[in-house]
Design a protein around this ligand. Structure first.
Ligand SMILES: Cc1cc2nc3c(=O)[nH]c(=O)nc-3n(C[C@H](O)[C@H](O)[C@H](O)COP(=O)(O)O)c2cc1C
Length: 191
C-alpha cells in the first residue's frame, strides 16, 4: 500500500477492548479536528461531538449499548463491550435542522474521519450504532440522549469509544470483483 492514508484505511479495525491508559489530550484534539474537517452537504456541518470522560456516564452508556447488542445477538456480530471501559467515548450528535436531508451521512463521515485519525495515532475505536429513526422515547438512542442532555430534535448516530487497543483485531471484506460493476448495475468486468 502506497501511502499513509491508504495504510490507515486498510489497517483500521474495530476494537472493543482497551488498555486502561488514558488518551493523551493532544491526540483527542487531533481526533476531534479530523471530525471537524469531514465533508457535509453545502458545508452545513450538522454535528456536535460530546467527549465523555465521566466514569459513571460511560458505565451507563455501556449498559445501554449492551442492551442493543443483546437484542441483536445471533443475527449480527456486534457487541456493546468497550463503551463502559474505554478511557474516552465520543458521541457523534447530528442536527436535522442544520441539514434535513443528509445529516446521517455527514455524521457518518465525521465518525469515520475520527476513527481513522484515532488509528493513525495508535489508538483504536469502534462504531457503536445507536441511531434509531422513529425509535420513540424508550429507544436506546432516546435514553442516550437523555443521559447526555442532547435536545430531543437532534440525533446521536454513533458512540465511538476510544483508547489504546488491548488486542489485535481481525476483519475481512468481500473481494472487489464481487462489489464493482462497470457502467451498469449487474455488469461485473475485470479491467
Ligand atoms: C453503522 C455502523 C454501526 C456499527 N455498530 C456496531 C455495534 O453496535 N457494535 C459493534 O461491536 N460494532 C459495530 N460496528 C462495527 C462493525 O461491526 C465493524 O465495522 C465490522 O464488523 C467490520 O470490522 P472492522 O471495522 O474491524 O473492519 C458498526 C459499524 C458501523 C459502520
Amino acid at each position: 500500500m502506497g501511502n499513509e492514508v491508504l495504510k490507515a484505511i486498510r489497517g483500521r479495525r474495530s476494537v472493543v477492548r482497551f488498555k486502561p491508559e488514558p488518551v493523551p489530550e493532544e491526540a483527542l484534539q487531533e481526533i476531534l479536528e479530523a471530525g471537524r474537517w469531514a465533508p457535509s452537504y453545502a458545508n452545513s456541518q450538522p454535528w456536535t461531538f460530546i467527549v465523555v470522560r465521566d466514569e459513571e456516564t460511560k458505565r451507563k452508556l455501556g449498559q445501554l449499548v449492551e442492551r442493543i447488542a443483546l437484542a441483536r445477538r445471533g443475527r449480527v456480530a456486534i457487541s456493546g463491550q468497550g463503551v463502559g471501559d474505554a478511557p474516552v467515548v465520543i458521541a457523534v450528535v447530528v442536527d436535522p435542522w442544520r441539514d434535513p436531508r443528509h445529516f446521517v451521512e455527514a455524521g457518518a463521515a465525521a465518525a469515520q474521519n475520527m476513527a481513522l485519525a484515532a488509528h493513525s495515532l495508535g489508538l483504536a475505536s469502534y462504531w457503536a450504532g445507536i441511531y434509531e429513526p422513529g425509535g420513540g422515547r424508550r429507544s436506546v438512542e432516546a435514553q442516550v440522549k437523555r443521559l447526555l442532555g442532547v435536545p430531543r430534535e437532534l440525533h446521536v448516530i454513533a458512540l465511538l469509544p476510544l483508547g489504546y487497543p488491548a488486542y489485535q483485531a481481525q476483519s475481512d471484506r468481500a473481494e472487489l470483483a464481487e462489489l464493482v460493476h462497470y457502467d451498469r448495475f449487474g455488469r461485473p468486468e475485470v479491467v
